[in-house]
Design a protein around this ligand. Structure first.
Ligand code: FAD
Length: 557
């Protein structure tokens, strides 16, 4: 097959225009093409000129033997190449005789990372056991709505914790900028389609699924893992690790120890030499336990800020001009960056077109924002995090404390709770008031979507001064790219603190913890991913490393 990139066609092109354009690029007749498939489609919707689709297409020639000659003839044409083989290949298989019970790998956490680690291990025959602190996704949905509708938080079952992990109630954006030489992202998307995602996620440049579909997809993947002999236990929080040697204290900086298993909150011990820790970035209690046990970890940078809401129609107009509202283009998104004069970088984070701002705390007495949408992206407002980078020097507390970032987040979240009136309402401010430095007493034409509600106030104390001044500089600068971005009635809601993990659990080339043999820190919480796709890809990588170690260790039989 031949791959052709950068085929540009108007968004209203008829279907036959695509093979015709491919044939023209190859310098052959359309009849010489036996089949074509779209590998990627992106939208070019700069305001000047009519919007267009840009395709990457894979083409099978009627004369399969003619590919090499055609490629040679087009040697100088950088947009034509051989289609790479992106099929997934397992690194091994469990012995047909089965795996001894004590050799079964454990996966802690059933978010995208844990799901894919478990799925790949199950597909290889390793019958993993998953331990997830939260509930099954449908029960969890009820608990999550408990906070949004009745201001009642369940600290073990919420937006962050439970089957599907943090991305379950989200926009379901499925793109990432990670390096992916082994095409693991393709495996993730293929499995998502098998589980019920629309096929278009395989070729859209910016695919998204939305919340409701994610729920049933997570259930389908759970079923497959169980059918393959895996086990998934909900409401089972891992509180401690078991080692061959007596555990050392954090200050000892122990040398390498060997893992023997895990202890659950209820006291039960489960033995295994191979444990994937896919905890997500909000398992603050577990990180504290792991630190006390001496598991290597270090503070890392992340970002904090607010959510901003505009009418979606304003963003559509700014991005698509007179084509705004064209259903083929969908609700417009944006991606913005501003380098502030105080050295900070302000950027848009997890932009959700046609979505809602959601209450995303997992701790009592805290307010945290994030965004989600349905597949249709049809809600009235566009929302996005507008966040500022923070690094360990900003956290305060003891230097070198790996948990300092968590303490920093918690201070901001607890203060936001108070600013919002101590009811789980979020503090909010009109952009016009924020830029003018005065408190909001009412809100204007943009109706905030955050549930259980917002409290108009002054957000200037919600973040450190340097973050506030960087944001005050960035919002008018963003106006130059998105006309209307600094609309006085646009709404800021605080605080956005869980942008990525505030710490990292370092691991070696074998993807095991640098000081606990058999422990595989993985996904967003361990500092190796930042989103659904990258967390899932990391889950696959860790599953492969674990399987190879299991097979090499000789304990598989
Ligand atoms: P998580 O998904 O956080 O999963 C960790 C799991 O571990 C949780 O289920 C938790 O209950 C469990 N756990 C924690 N501690 C323990 C323990 N001690 N014992 C047992 N289980 C435990 N990303 C995107 O790419 N696109 C988006 O559109 C998007 N939107 C988002 C919207 C919202 C509202 C949120 C909150 C996040 C969004 N994200 C999005 C980010 C994305 O969800 C995360 O990057 C991703 O889920 C990380 O995957 P993970 O598996 O590493 O961790």
């Amino acid at each position: 097959m031949l791959r052709i990139t950068e085929l540009r066609l108007p968004i209203d092109h008829p279907p036959h225009a695509l093979p015709a354009a491919a044939a023209a690029r190859l310098g052959i007749a359309v009849g010489d093409i036996a089949a074509h498939t779209v590998f990627r489609r992106s939208v070019d919707a700069r305001r000047t000129g009519a919007p267009s689709f840009i395709y990457t297409v894979d083409v099978t020639l009627a004369d399969a033997n003619g590919e090499a000659a055609l490629l040679a003839a087009l040697a100088g044409e950088r947009t034509v190449s051989l289609t790479p083989d992106t099929r997934y290949r397992f690194v091994g298989q469990a012995p047909a005789s089965g795996l001894p019970e004590a050799a079964r790998p454990l996966i802690v956490g059933f978010g995208p990372c844990g799901i894919f680690a478990a799925l790949i291990l199950a597909q290889m025959g390793f019958r993993p056991i998953v331990l997830e602190r939260g509930k099954e996704v449908r029960e969890r949905t009820r608990d999550t709505w408990g906070l949004w509708r009745q201001s009642t938080l369940n600290p073990e079952s919420n937006v962050q914790f439970g089957e599907g992990g943090a991305g379950t109630f989200s926009d379901g954006k499925l793109y990432s900028q990670i390096r992916d030489p082994k095409h693991h992202g393709r495996k993730v998307l293929t499995e998502f389609v098998k589980a019920g995602a629309p096929e278009e996620i395989l070729y859209l440049a910016k695919p998204h699924i939305g919340t409701f579909r994610l729920v049933s997809m997570v259930e389908a993947m759970r079923r497959e893992i169980i059918e393959l002999g895996g086990e998934i236990r909900f409401q089972q929080r891992v509180d401690s690790l078991l080692f061959d040697e007596p555990p050392a204290t954090a200050s000892d900086q122990p040398n390498m120890r060997r893992l023997r298993g895990v202890r659950l909150a209820g006291g039960e011990e489960i033995l295994s030499r191979h444990v994937v820790l896919a905890l997500g970035h909000s398992a603050r209690d577990t990180f504290t336990h792991l630190h006390e046990l001496g598991v290597a970890m270090e503070a890392k940078p992340f970002s904090v800020g607010f959510r901003i809401e505009h009418p979606q129609s304003l963003i559509d107009r700014a991005r698509y001009g007179r084509h705004a509202g064209d259903t083929r283009l969908g609700a417009a998104d944006y991606k913005l960056v501003h380098h502030a004069s105080n050295g900070r970088t302000v950027y848009s984070f997890c932009m959700c077109p046609g979505g809602t701002v959601v209450a995303a705390t997992s701790e009592e007495g805290c307010v945290v924002t994030n965004g989600m949408s349905q597949y249709s992206r049809a809600e009235r407002n566009a929302n996005s995090g507008i966040v500022v980078n923070v690094s360990p020097e900003d956290f305060g507390g003891t230097p070198d404390d790996p948990l300092a970032g968590i303490a920093f987040q918690r201070r901001l979240e607890a203060h936001a709770f108070v600013l919002g009136g101590s009811t789980y309402a979020a503090p909010a401010q009109r952009v016009g008031d924020f830029l003018a430095g005065r408190a909001s007493t009412t809100l204007g034409g943009v109706v905030p979507s955050y549930k259980p509600g917002v409290h108009p106030t002054d957000l200037s104390s919600a973040l450190p001064d340097w973050a506030i001044s960087a944001l005050r500089e960035a919002i008018p600068a963003f106006e130059r790219q998105i006309k209307g971005f600094s609309l006085p009635d646009a709404v800021l809601t605080g605080v956005e603190t869980r942008t990525s993990s505030p710490l990292r659990l370092p691991r070696g080339d074998d993807l095991q913890s640098v000081n606990v043999r058999g422990l595989y820190p993985a996904g967003e919480g361990a500092g190796y991913a930042g989103g659904i796709l990258s967390a899932a890809v990391d889950g696959i990588q860790v599953a492969e490393a674990l399987a190879l170690d299991l097979l090499a260790s000789g304990i598989t039989h």
